[in-house]
Design a protein around this ligand. Structure first.
Ligand SMILES: [Mn+2]
Length: 438
């Protein structure tokens, strides 16, 4: 038995020592397969060989790695520089990474470093030590007329322009990258669905905890604790948890108010899956039971959202979606109580990047109408995430219940399984749609 134990110990130790350092980086949250990363880089619209795309991850410790870098390399560790260039038709990629640094790793843990492993992980043609970036630019700068640059806001452009000739033109890389980031691949939709599942559990926990909580932050903690428990690296944006008068503050983030026992509680939150965030809002009655007025307003918002979602299809604009939702709210007499737009793109950023244009398959937007009546301390918003498909849309968050009854059930720790509210309710069961508790 001793021998077996010792043998196992040696085996485990050997496996540990042989395991590639980078597997730690992948362990927590998935990064895109190399083939997907290659596809993303290949579609970047560089035309001439004298143009390059230069993406700087972020240069100093603690500075957040820019999402454009993560989108094109899959890497989250700072200090890298990606250069793309078109050469006889193909996009050639070169990545410069900080050298392996045991001192850095002692404090911060492993990160990607130049070598075969990083090349395999990212599918990048050539991975070089950061120190050779200077040589690369010296060798190539005379042929480079245009640099499309993506960098952290805190970095000065001169940091990069000084490395090239005076005549080289520097342009923002947003135009080249963001139109692609706006269209989500199947892999990205998978990540968003995972983030939504985590958010589902968080909201459920939040609703259930409202009864036993005194303050908004207790509900916030229940929600975010549930996110973290499922592996979400961090909330995708500061959680909005507002009760009573604060349910009418659109981006309330202090979450330090007392719960209004007879009022509503609005929870606008999003867990992450890797780099991708969800963005979902549900509103519940703190007491666990709606009063008549709250129920009346809730029904209008829900109907407005249904109409908004029904308007999501290729070729439609966000304005069309907004008009469809707004029409319902205006008709019900609450036109002055809906002060924000109905939709925004969502992906790596909660308000995701991309040009303003008509909807295309693969885009993911929110549909989130609301009615806010400060004089009555009632703010109700319902928000879901919708994928534009070839012939309409798919509500990615359809599994998260949202009927008035389902919100009451959540407060009791139960969950109602609902039919997809996007589809028109059958006329006969108008008020009582088939629902069952699980
Ligand atoms: Mn939103």
């Amino acid at each position: 038995m001793r021998w077996a134990e010792e043998g196992l110990r040696i085996l485990l130790l050997t496996l540990f020592l042989l395991s590639p350092g980078l597997s730690w980086i992948q362990a927590s949250e998935p990064i895109p397969p190399a083939t997907e990363l290659q596809q993303r880089r290949a579609q970047i619209g560089l035309v001439e060989s004298h143009e390059i795309l230069l993406v700087a991850a972020g240069g100093t410790e603690g500075e957040e790695v820019i999402r454009d870098y993560e989108y094109l390399t899959g890497l989250r560790s700072w200090g890298g520089v990606l250069i793309l260039r078109r050469d006889s038709g193909a996009v050639v990629s070169t990545l410069f990474l900080p050298a392996k640094d045991p001192g850095f790793e002692m404090w911060n843990g492993p990160r990607a470093f130049p070598g075969e492993e990083s090349r395999e992980l990212t599918g990048i043609d050539t991975v070089l030590p950061f120190a050779s970036l200077m040589d690369w630019t010296l060798k190539n700068k005379d042929q480079i007329k245009t640099v499309y640059l993506a960098k952290p806001g805190s970095q000065k452009q001169s940091l990069w322009s000084n490395m090239f000739s005076k005549e080289t033109e520097f342009l923002s890389a947003s135009r080249l990258i963001h139109s692609h980031r706006q269209i989500k691949s199947d892999w990205e939709v998978g990540q968003l669905k995972r983030a939504i599942e985590r958010t589902h559990e968080g909201l459920k926990a939040g609703a259930f905890n409202a009864k036993s909580s005194l303050y908004e932050y207790e509900v916030e903690a229940a929600i975010e604790g549930q996110f973290r428990r499922q592996g979400s690296p961090a909330p995708g944006f500061p959680s909005i948890v507002g009760s009573g008068p604060r349910s009418c503050i659109l981006h309330w983030q202090e979450n330090n108010g007392e719960l209004d026992r007879d009022g509503v509680l609005l929870m606008d939150v999003g867990a992450r899956s890797g780099a991708y965030t969800a963005d979902i809002t549900r509103t519940i009655p703190v007491s666990g039971k709606w009063n008549e007025r709250q129920l009346q307003i809730y029904a209008v918002v829900l109907e407005a959202q249904r109409e908004g979602i029904a308007a999501v299809k290729p070729g439609a604009t966000q304005r069309d979606v907004d008009s469809a939702a707004r029409r319902v709210i205006r008709k019900a007499g609450f036109g002055n109580y809906f002060p924000h737009g109905t939709s925004h793109h969502v992906g790596m950023n909660v308000h995701d990047v991309g040009p303003g244009r008509a909807l295309l398959p693969g885009m993911v937007i929110t549909v989130e109408p609301g009615i806010y009546i400060p004089e009555e301390n009632i703010g109700i918003r319902i928000e879901d995430m919708v994928l534009v498909t070839e012939d309409g849309c798919e509500v990615l968050s359809a599994a998260i219940p949202k009927s008035a009854k389902a919100m009451e059930a959540w407060c009791k720790g139960a969950e109602v399984v609902e039919p997809d509210l996007k589809k028109p309710t059958p006329k006969k069961s108008d008020s009582e749609s088939p629902q069952r508790l699980r």
